[in-house]
Structures are given as C-alpha cells and as structure tokens.
Design a protein around this ligand. Sequence first.
Ligand code: FES
Length: 64
Amino acid sequence: MTGELQCGYCTPGQIMSAIACVKEGHANSEADIREYMSGNICRCAAYPNIVAAVKQAAPEILKG
Ligand code: FES
C-alpha cells in the first residue's frame, strides 16, 4: 500500500483502518470504503489512491 501514498505520514493509520474496513465488511463499494475510512486524515489528499489500494488489497486481506 506504500505506493499509493505521498509523504507516508498517514500510512500506519491508513493500513490499520483498511484492514478493519475489509474484515468488518465495509469494502463493498468505493462509497463504503470512503465512509469507513473517513476518520483517517491525509494531509496529502491521496484519498483516491487510498480507496483504490483498499479495493485492490481486499481479496488478499480476506484470505488472511
Ligand atoms: S500521504 Fe501524506 S499524509 Fe497521507
């Protein structure tokens, strides 16, 4: 997920939230992902890439 971000300052929180987002079943659409991840602020505004990364990683996260 590192290539999706810019400065990386928000990366740890984004990753932790992304895992929970998928495991708790909130990654069924981009709108779902955006809503669940909305508490994670990214000062670089890399949100489109973060959403894309969550979608891409979701199958692997679910595999465990
Ligand atoms: S990538 Fe810089 S704060 Fe998110």
